[in-house]
Design a protein around this ligand. Sequence first.
Ligand code: E4P
Length: 215
Amino acid sequence: MKIFIDTANIESIKEINSWGILDGVTTNPSLIAKEGIDLRTCVKRISEIVDGPISAEAISMDAEGMVREGRELAEIHDNINVKLPMCVDALKATKILSNEGIEVNMTLIFSPHQALLAAKAGAAFVSPFVGRLDDIGHYGANLLTEIMAIFNNYGYDTEVIAASIRHPVHVFEAAAVGCDIATIPYDVLKKMVSHPKTDEGIERFLADHKRSTKK
Ligand code: E4P
């Protein structure tokens, strides 16, 4: 499974990239606003750090505006794909952009029907939001299972990005059903590295080594 980081924070991206496990980056208007940086500058900087897909979200709500923004964003770097929020205009824009070779990441996917429509329109990626479904009392991981079953049944090339990840179990759930990608916040990536038994084991090995070299 490919691992993307879900952030617009340049330092976090640099750090995770240095681990050698990073395949791409997703941003959204909320993440960009948090960093107090403009979208173009942000994704340009990211493209200088990470060699993989980078999602930049359009804010137009009509197909014409989405296509215009999509073309402008895609010009910044070859690795940039355009994030569009699921709606009829986004489907229309996806068809046009994908025919031009510009990749679309259809975001805010909350049902398998939305994912199916996005794939049919030519989206390169769909982003089902697991955590936000959990927030309203659903079991978000079910959505991943349903989308993977549909895409496998019909052989869609559209890649599934498990999004709105809140903890390491979400990452495990995405990998268990074969999602192509999980886009993971910085703090969850940090949590994935550690285990108390690993820390305890390291401590014991070091203590034993120290003891044995004292003899
Ligand atoms: C996906 O690409 C989104 O940026 C993100 O995963 C949203 O997550 P949230 O529900 O934690 O805001």
